[in-house]
Design a protein around this ligand. Structure first.
Ligand code: NAI
Length: 251
């Protein structure tokens, strides 16, 4: 699919990977619909994009009514969706159980678990369903790209996040099988550690330790992940696969 004039919805587009994707795809002539919770940053990012015809919507991907309203607004403002990038995601890291001197002193709360599942898993489901419905109704071919993570194979301190990202990749395969008959492709990208605010929030010592374990000895740049998303959209034979872009970390 050529990106020129295509309508691309990106969730979590105010900053980080989502903003990098919005910039890179807008440079190729796409019209971007940006969804995020962070309104100030969202409108700033939307304004900074090359080309004029973009649209920003403040909504939470985990809220069914807000998602349905956002997709209806995007359709009436820009037209039916051609591409959805399910990028919004959060972390609420913590150990399942923290044990000191044989006593359990802390544990991952249900709230910690649920917040991550609501955004990273339910949000992907709600937006994917809304986008696919719009594509089918409009008789459009389409693409859904889900941003998973290399953490999907199980990460220390990330019970909630790991489960959500494994679910994300599995859901992608279901959609690749179910939706191909309507001309809709689905694929996921599993970024390694990428230089965004999400990673900047980690302690320097932890980032140094991670970086030393990456064969390329550096974090990914957001544009390198965005380039993978662009490849998936533009290559009509990609379907159902996950693309790990991690500098060799998981080799
Ligand atoms: P980030 O924290 O910089 O940006 C995430 C954006 O999502 C923020 O603008 C935030 O406001 C938005 N968001 C959060 N909850 C939302 C909700 N309920 N509704 C709408 N928007 C919401 O994160 P970053 O680093 O750009 O990550 C983007 C995606 O890439 C996430 O899914 C993350 O899990 C994934 N990822 C990131 C990696 C990294 O190293 N940065 C590595 C692997 C995956």
């Amino acid at each position: 699919m050529k990106l020129d004039d295509k309508i691309v919805v990106i969730t979590g587009a105010a900053r980080g990977l989502g903003a990098a994707m919005a910039r890179q795809l807008a440079e190729q002539g796409a019209r971007i619909a940006l969804i995020d919770l962070k309104s100030d940053q969202l409108f700033e990012t939307a304004k900074s994009l090359p080309g004029g015809d973009h649209h920003a919507v403040v909504a939470s991907v985990s809220d069914e009514q807000q998602v349905e309203a956002a997709f209806a607004e995007i359709e009436s403002r820009l037209g039916p969706v051609d591409v959805l990038i399910n990028n919004a995601g959060i972390t609420r890291d913590g150990l399942l159980l923290k044990v000191k001197d044989g006593e359990v002193v802390d544990r991952m709360s249900l709230e910690q678990w649920q917040q991550v599942i609501d955004v990273n898993l339910t949000g992907v489901f709600l937006c994917g369903r809304a986008a696919a419905e719009q594509m089918i109704r409009a008789g459009r071919r389409g693409v859904i790209v889900n941003i998973s993570s290399i953490s999907r194979s199980g990460n220390f301190g990330q019970t909630n996040y790991t489960a959500s990202k494994a679910g994300n990749a599995a859901m992608t395969v279901s959609w690749a099988k179910e939706l191909a008959r309507y001309g809709i492709r689905a694929a996921s990208v599993s970024p390694g550690f990428t230089a965004t605010e999400m990673v900047a929030a980690m302690p320097d010592k932890a980032i140094d330790k991670i970086t030393s374990g990456i064969p390329l000895k550096r974090l990914a740049e957001p544009d390198e992940i965005a380039a993978t998303v662009r490849f998936i959209i533009e290559n009509d034979y990609v379907n159902g696969r996950d693309f790990a872009v991690d500098g060799g970390l998981r080799l």
